[in-house]
Design a protein around this ligand. Structure first.
Ligand code: ZN
Length: 376
């Protein structure tokens, strides 16, 4: 196993890429989808089961873990991998995004952000230095720079000011991260939907130098067309030989469109969260298992899917346990959704390696367009 963090590009097809990120805790085949293990668990899933869906890496949330159970406690207990029984790579976010979306009474200065916990109202501070320390205590393999996420809607001037603050914080993050062989630090490009700001941000990050580069500030309500519009040029501002991570994306067609535009890594709560609300992603589009049409349906969700929910249970059963609020409903639907997302990633990796991504993408969209099977 590799002792250092590295990225090897294996093949490209158009702008789409496939490769392998090597870390001391295992390899990550790209393009990669990272399930979100917010508070030390991918909700409703055992870590072994998450691995069975095909995930090489999980995302952990710094904000949640530092507040509860606390980064020092996790460190004393052997680090996040041991604590949550996931021996493979973990990427942690910086905490910045969730401070903006969850915490109360925030105060933002050049130094950092002070805020009150949404759990118990206790006061905390996150700075680039503190975020690096917390992510080190957690034992994260891929550490994210601490950045600022402007509240939307924002003027271009406000987006520019916020981006420049994030670039100053990126430099402080790099200094505080130091030299940690086997661990990676990713910079985060900001700049909203303005091409010049995206370019300026990418240049600032390349100047500092990172192991990988994230594209932040998208998937925050701008819509798919605007997001793809930014990705059309933004990935080209980043170094070819480093992984590119699009944060917080997305729906299956968002993921495919991002990979088409040169993205290597993504994360999203969507497959797991939707699994708990009865929303199922299939090759033929979205199925709402709570709908009455499934009550007498003996067929699987997707007859071609190899996940336990599809192999061993009928739509009628999945409908029943969802309507009855049984815990197995969240377990099975989350498993299916994560399995389907990883199947998309594996399909894209193979297609890119074999130079047939365009044909794969066409079939992906054509199958979705057919829609769900007819009711019984
Ligand atoms: Zn399935």
């Amino acid at each position: 196993m590799s002792e250092r963090f590295s990225f090897e590009l294996k093949a490209t097809d158009g702008v789409a890429r496939t490769g392998v990120i090597s870390t001391p805790r295992g390899a990550i085949c790209t393009p990669a989808f990272m399930p979100v293990g917010t508070a030390g668990t991918v909700k409703a899933m055992m870590p072994e089961s998450v691995r069975e869906t095909g995930a090489d890496i999980l995302l952990g949330n710094t904000y949640h873990l530092m507040l509860r159970p606390g980064a020092d406690r996790i460190e004393r207990l052997g680090g996040l991998h041991r604590f949550m029984n996931w021996p493979r790579p973990i990427l942690t976010d910086s905490g910045g995004f969730q401070v903006m979306s969850l915490a109360g009474l925030r105060k933002l200065t050049e130094h950092g952000v002070t805020f009150k916990s949404h759990i118990d109202g206790s006061k905390h501070e996150l700075t680039p230095e503190r975020s690096m320390e917390v992510q080190r205590l957690l034992g994260s393999d891929i550490v994210m720079c601490f950045d600022e996420c402007p509240a939307l809607p924002a003027t271009e001037a406000a987006v520019a000011e916020s981006m420049r603050l994030s670039m100053r914080w990126a430099a402080r993050s790099k200094d505080a991260f130091g030299d940690r062989p086997g661990h990676a630090l990713f910079g985060i490009m900001q700049g909203g939907v303005t091409r010049d700001l995206r370019e300026e941000s990418a240049e600032a990050l390349r100047e500092i130098g990172f192991d990988g580069y994230a594209i932040g500030g998208l998937a925050v309500g701008e819509g798919q067309a605007a997001m793809f519009g930014v990705l059309d040029y933004a990935t080209g501002f980043l170094p070819e030989d480093r992984p590119r991570y699009l944060m917080g994306v997305g729906k299956p067609d968002d993921i495919v469109g991002a990979v088409k535009r040169g993205v290597d890594m993504m994360d999203c709560v969507l497959p797991s969260r939707s699994g708990r609300t009865g929303q199922v992603f299939t090759r033929r589009g979205v199925v709402n298992i709570k709908n009455a049409r499934h009550a007498d349906d003996p067929r699987p969700l997707d007859e071609l899917c190899g996940c336990p929910a599809c192999r061993n249970y009928s739509r009628a059963y999945l409908h029943h346990v969802f309507r009855s609020h049984e815990i197995i409903s969240s377990m099975l639907l989350t498993w299916h959704n994560l399995h389907y997302f990883q199947e998309i990633m594996a399909g894209m990796r193979d297609a890119i390696a074999e130079g047939r991504f365009a044909a794969w993408e066409e079939e992906f969209h054509a199958t979705r367009a057919i829609g769900d099977i007819e009711p019984v």
